[in-house]
Structure formats: C-alpha cells, structure tokens
Design a protein around this ligand. Sequence first.
Ligand SMILES: Nc1ncnc2c1ncn2[C@@H]1O[C@H](COP(=O)(O)OP(=O)(O)OP(=O)(O)O)[C@@H](O)[C@H]1O
Ligand SMILES: [Mg+2]
Length: 292
Amino acid sequence: MNQIFEIKDLVYSYPKAKEPTIKTISFTVKKGTIFGLLGPSGAGKSTTQKILTKLLSNYQGTITYCDKNLINYKKDYYEEIGVGFEIPVHFGKLTGRENLEYFSSFYQKRVDYVALMERVGLADALDQEVSQYSKGMKVRLNFVRALLNDPKVLFLDEPTNGLDPKNAKIVKDMIKEFRERGGTVIITTHLMGDVEELCDEVVFMNKGAITEAASPRTLKLQYGKKEVRVEYLENNELIKKIFKLENLSESDEFNACLAKDIQTIHSGETTLDDIFIKITGDASDDATTTPR
Ligand SMILES: Nc1ncnc2c1ncn2[C@@H]1O[C@H](COP(=O)(O)OP(=O)(O)OP(=O)(O)O)[C@@H](O)[C@H]1O
Ligand SMILES: [Mg+2]
C-alpha cells in the first residue's frame, strides 16, 4: 500500500460561517513521506489537520486512511497518530514529567519519554513546572508529546516555530528519522527552508482551495527560469552572462566561458519563498505570514 491518506472532495464549514473554510480539496499522502500543507494565514491548513485528526467532523467528501474510511475509526485511530498542536497545550502547574506521564496514560503503547526529552535538550527540565518553561521549551515538550504513543503518522503544526536554529535542527533531524523508520508526517509550516529540507510533497492552500501540488524540487524547476548565470573575471573586469539551459552544451559562447576565470555559476531555479509569494499573492488574513 503506497497511499496512507486519500482525501477526496473535502468541504468543511465552521458552524455559523458564511462560506466553507475548506472548498473541495483532494490530495493523497504517500506512506513513509513528509507531506507539507502550505499557504498563507487563514488558508485552512490547521483546519485540514484538525479534520484529519478527527477533531472536526461534519465535513463533506471522503477521507480514506489505510484503505478504510476515516469515519469508521474510533479511539483506535489515536493509537496510530501523534499530534503536535499549533499552540502547545500543557498543564502549567505540573512538571514536564507529570505532563508526559498524564498524556502517556491515554495510550496502550508507551515510549521512553525521558530519552526523547534528553534528545530535545529538556532532560534537566523534566521536574520543572511547565509554567516556568520558555516558549521554545514548551514547543519542544509539545513535540515530545506528539511522539508519546510511538505513532505511525505525525501531524505537526509549525513544529519549529519559536525554536533557535540548534533546537530546530534537532527537531528536524527527529522528523527525518521518523520518516526513515517508515513513519508518515503531515506538516504545516511557514518556513520555506524547513519545507525544502523536509518535505517530499507539498500542497499550497489558498482561501480553502489547493492551488499547487508537487514536490518542492518540481515546483522550483517549474517556477524558475531555465537559465544559467555565469560571472567571470576578464582583464580584472567582472563579466556577467546569462545562457538558456536548452542546448547549453552546443553554445560556443558558454563553452568559451568555462575556460575563463569563473567567479560564480548559478542555475535559475527559484526559491520556495518566491513561489509562495507568487502562488498566494497578498491572500493572507494578516501581515504575520511574510515567509522567512
Ligand atoms: N473555530 C473556528 N470557528 C470559526 N472559524 C474558524 C475557526 N478556526 C478557524 N477559523 C477560520 O477558518 C479559516 C482557516 O483557519 P486555519 O486556522 O485553518 O488557517 P491556517 O491556514 O492554519 O492559518 P495560520 O497560518 O495562521 O495558522 C480562517 O478564516 C479562520 O478564521
Ligand atoms: Mg494554522
């Protein structure tokens, strides 16, 4: 079985909303991959995650998980999935250890959460009240919480938001290791660098609809310029030349360039930041979503 999720014609309206928040979206998620749900603030990414984690029901369309309709799963589904919520929810008056003990008690399977806390640099904070944790510590605790039941699928909503680069790297490494063990990840992030590093496939959502679906590499090639830019020094002068990629090897001028004192050489694929802006325009609900 290659597909773990198949989402077909999903429509969702919040009670009292004038129009649907999710407007007929379809996509599939392959088992053992990291799948990115991207798009501006208010696009419907978290709503989609909440539907897939069965926190929201009353949707239209069909969601198939492991060849079975999601509505046919009951509590057993929560044994299979781990969820890292957008806003970390913990008991502030309890310690990290007490929080993890409490949330572990919901599951049949248990993992060594002390080892996970060590990995994310929180071993010394295990017996500290969570209300005394910094923002980044809470984010890491939230991530450990998502792994407590040794899930097959991880839903992560902005998992590196608020983390310094060192801790962000630890979390990203753990996400990649989860995939290497055969796990599937559905991730939401505004950080295009993380997308590039982690995601095998992405969908761009905009105002509740999907506008693009592909691998980051395909998108970069599709939206980029099929050209190569060369800078070389000639008589102490910096010369800049642009060549079309098509039939590049037949270009005498390009071949002559290669014999020069080349300073830089770049192909013209674009960045995911630029693609994000191109695809989503100024569609965000607010000004908080300017990509990195
Ligand atoms: N509980 C709710 N009741 C009514 N409307 C909601 C509710 N939660 C979210 N919405 C609306 O649904 C739309 C999509 O919200 P959602 O949280 O899914 O966006 P998002 O893509 O995750 O955005 P962000 O990047 O800011 O996290 C927004 O217009 C939001 O106002
Ligand atoms: Mg969100």
